[in-house]
Design a protein around this ligand. Sequence first.
Ligand code: BGC
Length: 413
Amino acid sequence: MTSFPRDFVWGAATAAHQVEGNNINSDLWVLEHCKPTLFEEPSLDACDHYHRFSDDIRLLASVGLNCYRFSVEWARIEPEEGHFSISELDHYRRVLACCHENKITPMVTFYHFSSPRWFAARGGWEKRDAGDLFVRYCERSAKHLGDLISLASTFNEPNLPQLLRWVSNVEIPFTTVMRMSRQATKALGGNKFGCFFLGDADRLQHHMIAAHHRALAALKSGPGAYPVGVNVSLQDEQAVGPASKRDQKCAQVYDPWIAAGGHSDFLGIQVYTRCRVNKKGDMGPEHGVEVTQMGYEFWPDALEVCLRYAADRVKVPIYITESGIATDNDARRVEYIQRSLEGALRAIASGIDVRGYIHWSLLDNFEWIFGYRPKFGLVAVDRTTQQRTIKPSAHYLGEIARHNRMPHPASVG
Ligand code: BGC
């Protein structure tokens, strides 16, 4: 089998804060400008996608892709608590309309890590009523945008705070975090600055899972009829020695959100690598294995394993809402895509209902605390001129998308 199912969706993804530029009303903008800060550099103009979205969407269509996954920015849509900006909602209507004009299926994420400043200043997701505010924003946005949406997700990787409790390849300097949070709290004059990345992960998860279920209904309350899911971060977790610690990690980091996806219209999975876990916890990269610019292993086989892990736990369709690699060597990206998709095909051949593959990312962009250094894009961006240059990997993926099949016979066992 080398062909993908009929109507398979082929796309590339971005997130508002990472590409739009000048997301100045967001909590992350505040953190980026604290001294000290965890961020290597601030996002500033990013890829100026806010103004250049139509060129970028045309570019995505021109290589042969048929889906654009992007996020709408809460900090723009609700700049002050309870005040919704019609002009920003209209902006996202134009983005959605542009997708349709280019025969691109828009997949909208309603929360991709960033929150409005006012939300952070009142304590963020740790606050008991945080979900009420998120649901209201979803409902208001869906009312304005719903007729143009084709697929939607409530949250992007809401399990990340749980995952961060385990990672060993990123050293998070605790004192910098504390000083940065104190400064942000002071800058906004709130009680305790509540950002998605910081804070009590269990409390946050509890509130976000409840908010997800309520947001499903809110997103369906407006015009349009589109499937709504949640996009969960997964890794191929490999036990070294006894499996108990690995199983504990999976139960803590993945299973609650996979279950939430199972009670939605679809589950989105986002996969980049594997992780070896021994009795002490995460072990970091194995000696001799290639690592990407993110410091974790080049491990495209993770996608198939994660598809099987998810499919064992849910009955709903699965979309691969992110998969990708940070590298300066585009030939490695081509190989990563090829091997990931071969794995996806094996999973599909064994009966798993996979509906689409969306590559992270369309553009080289702002990779959170790592700034602009890691290159995840199918398209390079010169941040001085904002000129876009299509990489060979974009054409490679576009060819697969156009023919809905792998270019060479894939080994499907
Ligand atoms: C996130 C993206 C991020 C990407 C690469 C995912 O965790 O959804 O925002 O840029 O992975 O690290």
